[in-house]
Write a protein that binds this ligand. Structure first.
Ligand code: SAM
Ligand code: SF4
Ligand code: SF4
Length: 340
């Protein structure tokens, strides 16, 4: 239970409420905007198994952070379902019924059995990433020849065991999948799922990001709205990352995540935990704060709580708001390392 006297505020009075946990830095896809093949090739050095936080260590950190007001936990990666027993972690975390427990996956391993065990272990919501309905376009992005049909199967498996609504993340790159925006919206329109169109971000140092490739949320809304009229919807809660829009004919809603054109740092209450046990106070951070050495050297819960509190209280990140005025010469951590 949250204790109000322990609520942490950072330098801009933002509370800590949302934790994203990367449980692996590995992935079976090589999305060009995230893990381009040229860098994440055969010789790439991933974390050793012994470096990964154990599930017990993760659960311990989460329970300490819940005292500071963390209510939402998202399991991510890399590809989180590459850790076969992720359901074990979920069931350990789900013992705390106050947690809003979610997972983001590329859908490749979302079989019926896996979906069922995720549901039974206590996962509340699931997000599946899919960037196009057209195989040629999707392959240009995932870069491992993974078919659209297999991701759609994963979505339908998750839906059949009761996950609803399923959120579907689509990153839009102007030269690659702009023409997939309207078909994606129309395909999922009556299915009860929520497609979220994400502006292509300059995360990490390896994806060769260019502003020209970013398609603004305003353009996306206008393209979809021309085919199926939309109106804005109030956010579910203050600080919601995606701006919500619903179809005027009542057939569902979509979301847009405008990290580049309309940054939302002012409400950002997210902390990220890497698979190796470093805390990152911003998606665009150049370095993290090691917490694993405390976990592995007999530190007490109070020591760990003090460390987290001091990290959050010092936090002054607002990278997206500064993007246009700041030089880009700092090294940034890769998204596959700290999770989206
Ligand atoms: N592998 C899982 C997946 O793809 O769903 C989880 C990890 S992935 C890093 C989490 C989310 O980040 C995905 O929806 C992905 O599309 C998004 N993402 C990765 N790189 C991005 C970028 N450069 N710009 C915007 N979104 C990005
Ligand atoms: Fe893997 Fe997800 Fe990154 Fe694609 S976005 S490379 S699926 S971690
Ligand atoms: Fe939060 Fe950093 Fe993204 Fe701003 S740029 S919204 S501070 S993660």
């Amino acid at each position: 239970m949250k204790n109000d006297s322990l609520i942490l505020l950072d330098q801009y009075s933002r509370p800590l409420s949302d934790l994203r946990i990367s449980i692996t830095d590995k992935c079976n896809f090589r999305c060009v905007y995230c893990m381009p093949k040229e860098i994440f090739g055969a010789g790439y050095q991933y974390l050793a198994k012994s470096d990964l936080l154990t599930y017990e260590e993760i659960v311990r950190l989460v329970s300490i952070m819940m005292n500071f007001g963390v209510t939402k936990v998202r399991i991510t990666g890399g590809e989180p379902l590459l850790r076969n027993d992720v359901d074990v972690l979920i069931s350990m975390l789900a013992k705390n019924s106050d947690l809003d427990l979610t997972l983001t996956t590329n859908g490749a391993f979302l079989t019926k059995d896996k979906s069922q065990s995720l549901m039974e272990s206590g996962l509340k919501r699931i997000t599946v990433s899919l960037d196009s309905l057209d195989d040629e376009t999707f392959n240009k992005l995932n870069d491992v020849n993974f078919s659209v049909e297999n991701v759609l199967k994963g979505i339908s498996n998750a839906s059949s065991v009761g996950f609803s609504p399923i959120k579907i993340n689509m990153v839009v790159m102007r030269s690659v999948n702009l023409s997939s925006v309207v078909p994606m919206a129309l395909y999922f329109k009556d299915k009860g799922h929520i497609v979220r169109f994400i502006e292509y971000m300059d995360v990490g140092d390896t994806n060769g990001w260019k502003l020209d490739e970013v398609v603004s949320s305003a353009e996306i809304i206008s393209l979809i709205g021309d085919q199926a009229p939309l109106e804005p919807v109030q956010p579910n809660y203050a600080g919601e990352v995606a701006k919500r829009w619903k179809y005027l004919d009542g057939s569902g809603e979509i979301g847009v995540i405008s990290s580049v054109t309309q940054p939302f740092c002012g409400n950002c209450s997210r902390l990220r935990l890497s698979a190796k046990g470093e805390l990152f106070t911003c998606l665009f951070a150049s370095s993290g704060h090691d917490i694993s050495s405390l976990l592995r050297n007999q530190a007490t819960d109070q020591d760990i709580a003090d460390c987290i509190a001091s990290i959050w209280k010092m936090r002054n990140d607002r990278y997206s708001e500064l993007r246009n005025i700041k030089s880009h010469d700092l090294d940034r951590i890769e998204m596959s390392y700290i999770g989206g």
